[in-house]
Design a protein around this ligand. Structure first.
Ligand SMILES: O=P(O)(O)OC[C@H]1O[C@](O)(CO)[C@@H](O)[C@@H]1O
Length: 393
């Protein structure tokens, strides 16, 4: 980023700020939510009590000596941040640390009866089985009669707006607010994405998934469309290796979503069956790279991931957290060019994201002025009411 001086890294230290609210209010609410969802045993309850105190008032304490991923977290900053307040380390780091510690408390990684039990699964399944998902799937029948490019654009927008409200986000009341003063889509490089994909259909698209359920279903439908219409030969879906940020998609969530699709009727079931066989014959691949849950920007990705994204026709990065990791979790001036803050990315990259945190780049000065005028409190940055499609070729 030669012409772009780095902006300040976001911390959670300032009372009243959005990140501070996530650390001081949202994380305790998430602990309450998982306690209600499972009959945890006394040891887990005590560990959750300890986490509640530690994450709101305490300091970063290293993982147990025998934790399977201790060495990895040491590399990712645990040693450097040990002893510091959760509010004084980068917010990206402390949020990721919270989910790692939550899984520690419920025994997710420890051999025994609770190993591998996703504390967020009940909420994810409820969303997948909701009437809203039924409606979304039924709407596909109408779409299949339309021209292919119209279908493609509708599915791209379905995938984009599917990111609007993840389950963690819904713990906050502001998520339902709407504003009409500025159109929802603040930047639209959609046509550049389609021209990247072209018509040859020989390339690979990587999609770095975000949330399960109402976001993952439209992501899968989009991938099916790209495969079936020959816009790509292969798709690689990157999911999380373990539960993260409440609703982030894991391998189990992909299987749940596919089972949901094949159980549906009409076009949705057809898509589900095609995706099922695409997994079987290698046209659709799943990855769960450890770095997908790293508390770090993607600029620090390891060489194997870098090589994978370098060889893709395009990498589509979904959601708010992935956007923060892509451009850097920093208070960029919103007019900072997206192409400059992503110029290090090893191949073409597209971000599909609704705005749910303070980070934003690539807006025009007029758009920022209109947003600030309509919402002087700056809620447009965090309320999930606005979205971006940004592409760097
Ligand atoms: O599911 P998404 O779009 O990544 O959004 C999650 C966002 O919610 C938060 O966890 C809290 O706002 C953010 O830190 C994060 O960026």
């Amino acid at each position: 980023m030669p012409d772009t001086p780095a902006a300040p890294v976001i911390l959670g230290a300032e009372p009243g700020s959005f990140p501070h609210g996530v650390l001081s209010e949202r994380h305790p609410a998430i602990i309450r939510q998982v306690r209600e969802a499972f009959p945890y045993e006394p040891r887990q309850q005590q560990a959750l009590d300890a986490l509640l105190a530690n994450c709101t008032e305490g300091r970063v304490e290293p993982l147990p000596a025998d934790a399977h991923d201790r060495a990895r977290w040491e590399e990712w900053g645990m040693t450097a941040y040990a002893g510091r307040s959760w509010y004084e380390v980068p917010w990206l780091w402390s949020e990721s640390w919270f989910y790692r510690q939550l899984l520690e408390a419920v025994g997710y990684f420890v051999p025994g009866p609770w190993q591998g039990i996703d504390p967020f699964r009940p909420a994810k399944l409820a969303e997948l089985d909701s009437p809203a998902t039924d409606e979304e799937l039924a709407a596909l029948d109408e779409l299949t009669g339309r021209p292919a490019d119209e279908q493609a654009r509708a599915l791209l927008h379905g995938s984009l707006w599917g990111n609007r409200a993840d389950l963690g986000f819904r713990l906050s009341a502001e998520s339902t607010r709407e504003t009409d003063a500025v159109p929802g889509l603040l930047a639209d490089d959609g046509e550049r994405l389609w021209s990247l994909l072209g018509t040859s259909g020989t390339g690979t698209l990587c999609l770095i998934a975000d949330n399960a359920g109402g976001e993952l279903v439209p992501d899968l439908l989009l991938l099916d469309h790209l495969l079936v219409h020959g816009l790509v030969a292969r798709a690689v879906l990157h999911v999380k290796p373990y539960p993260y940020y409440v609703s982030d998609a894991t391998g189990t969530d992909v299987i749940d979503a596919l089972r949901r699709l094949v159980r549906a009727r009409g076009a949705a079931a057809d898509s589900g069956r095609r995706l099922w066989s695409a997994l079987g014959d290698g046209r659709l691949e799943l990855r769960a790279h450890p770095f997908s849950c790293a508390p770090l920007p993607y600029a620090e990705m390891p060489d194997d991931l870098r090589a994978e994204f370098a060889s893709a026709t395009v990498t589509v990065v979904k959601g708010d957290l992935n956007y923060r990791r892509l451009v850097g979790d920093r208070l960029w001036p919103p007019t900072t060019p997206f192409a400059e803050v992503t110029d290090w990315f090893p191949g073409p990259v597209a971000a599909l994201r609704t705005l749910k945190s303070d980070v934003v780049t690539g807006l025009s000065a007029d758009t920022v002025a209109a947003l600030d005028k309509a919402e002087p409190d700056g809620r447009w940055r965090t309320a999930g009411t606005h979205a971006l499609i940004q592409v760097r070729t």
